[in-house]
Ligand binder design. Sequence first.
Ligand SMILES: CC(C)(COP(=O)(O)OP(=O)(O)OC[C@H]1O[C@@H](n2cnc3c(N)ncnc32)[C@H](O)[C@@H]1OP(=O)(O)O)[C@@H](O)C(=O)NCCC(=O)NCCS
Length: 166
Amino acid sequence: MEVTLRKMTLDDLGEILELENELFSPPWSYNSFVAELESDKRSCLVAECQAKIIGYSIGAIFYDEVHIMSIGVTRSFQKSQVATKLMIEMINFAKSNLIDSIVLEVRASNKPAIGLYTKFGFGPVAVRRNYYTKPVEDALVLILNGVCGVEYEFRFNNLKEGLKTK
Ligand SMILES: CC(C)(COP(=O)(O)OP(=O)(O)OC[C@H]1O[C@@H](n2cnc3c(N)ncnc32)[C@H](O)[C@@H]1OP(=O)(O)O)[C@@H](O)C(=O)NCCC(=O)NCCS
């Protein structure tokens, strides 16, 4: 089944909120998504399969970094490389804005997400104690530097090639 990516619109928010409630605690509100869609310097994407939204990602430029604000894939499509596709576009978003660093917070126990980010070359730089609520948990701050460099280009090409062969 073909998975395609496109820009998120306000009309998508009904479906996205369903997904958000499935995947995150506490979930973002409708207004949080609207604020992202209405802000400059954002990459807001959805992944679709057979006209149904199965995933999404939001990246934001703050100063000289891209922050991954959110990324999620519906359970029935997880482990099918959908987040990998969304991450490739996140990297392209940074590169096209000449931004060399991407940063994010992740729940310390979130093995699938940490696995995803590690695959893209992110590493831990800090722990924010009790950062999350419902349940209370530490956040790991992960960063990827050198996104625009030649060395990362090699890794990035391998990730894109890996996607084609799956
Ligand atoms: C994290 C998440 C986005 C991954 O989405 P996905 O589409 O399943 O990820 P992919 O299939 O592209 O997998 C990419 C890599 O992530 C890692 N990964 C994905 N699922 C994993 C799992 N269950 N356990 C361990 N590693 C996992 C692997 O390294 C995988 O690479 P591989 O396929 O070469 O082994 C998804 O699990 C999700 O939506 N989780 C709930 C929301 C969330 O936690 N978002 C992140 C918040 S920081």
